[in-house]
Unconditional design. Structure first.
Length: 254
């Protein structure tokens, strides 16, 4: 797969899946805008990409802010005359609470990053793609967007929203050269589990979630997800659109 001459924007690129995806695209020849809050991490990532066929450009962005997605996209369009691929990877977890124990603060913060941000970036990207003859969106959701109790109620609802937006977008613009898919990781060893709400997990509710998991969950690595994202965004996957792809070692097969 080659992305030589292609321009890519990746959110949540300072760690985990986003970081590895940025490096994979750069190795394949793309120019990558790596967006996240932690600029120092992004600068380290850009330095690591030196010498690769492509390159990585750091962009500090806070998607928790209501206007953050718009500012990020406008900066990307200033950098690139044409954006070819958008990867919405940024996301945060809830505290694993069922609906009886959710808080309004947690709802607002999780939905700001997991739903509002990708919705607005998709809106701006699609309008850009319509002007430039097409493009590709790859969203990163979770198996929680496919099943009912892989996390708390808020996170689960947010990821179902991402899956729904993906499918709607894929169908609405399939004749305009725009593809949109969503990758749904299972257990992956990233920093998402160290987020603000995961520091105070609802032990009673998480026990219910774990009780249904069994003992056959395979933990994945960020590199494995990055490989799938790269393929989904590539010309080799030109007929793939509107798909919600579990990448979970067979977890959801049961």
């Amino acid at each position: 797969m080659t992305f030589k001459g292609k321009n890519v924007l990746i959110t949540g690129a300072s760690s985990g899946i986003g970081r590895e995806t940025a490096l994979h695209f750069a190795r394949a020849g793309a120019t990558v805008i790596a967006a996240a809050r932690r600029l120092e991490r992004l600068e380290e990532l850009a330095a690591e990409a030196e010498g690769l066929e492509g390159k990585i450009l750091p962009l500090q962005a806070d998607l928790m802010e209501k206007d953050g997605p718009r500012k990020m996209m406008e900066e990307a369009f200033r950098t690139f005359p044409r954006l070819d691929v958008l990867v919405n990877n940024a996301g945060i977890m809830d505290d694993m609470s069922g609906i009886a124990n959710i808080t309004e603060e947690m709802y607002e913060r999780v939905f700001a990053v997991n739903v509002h941000a990708p919705m607005m970036t998709m809106k701006m990207a699609v309008n850009h793609f319509l002007e430039h003859g097409g493009g590709v969106i790859v969203n990163v959701a979770s198996v929680a967007g496919l099943e009912g109790a892989r996390a708390g109620a808020i996170y689960t609802a947010s990821k179902h929203a991402v899956v729904g937006m993906t499918k709607n977008t894929a169908y609405m613009y399939n004749k305009e050269g725009i593809r949109c898919n969503v990758v749904c990781p299972g257990g992956v060893e990233t920093e998402v589990g160290a987020g603000e709400f995961m520091k105070n997990i609802n032990q009673g509710d998480v026990a219910k979630v774990y009780a249904g998991m069994g003992d056959r969950v395979i933990m994945g690595q960020s590199e494995q997800l990055a490989t799938v994202i790269l393929f989904v965004a590539s010309e080799e996957a030109s007929l793939l659109s509107g798909a919600a792809i579990p990448v979970d070692g067979g977890w959801t097969a049961y």
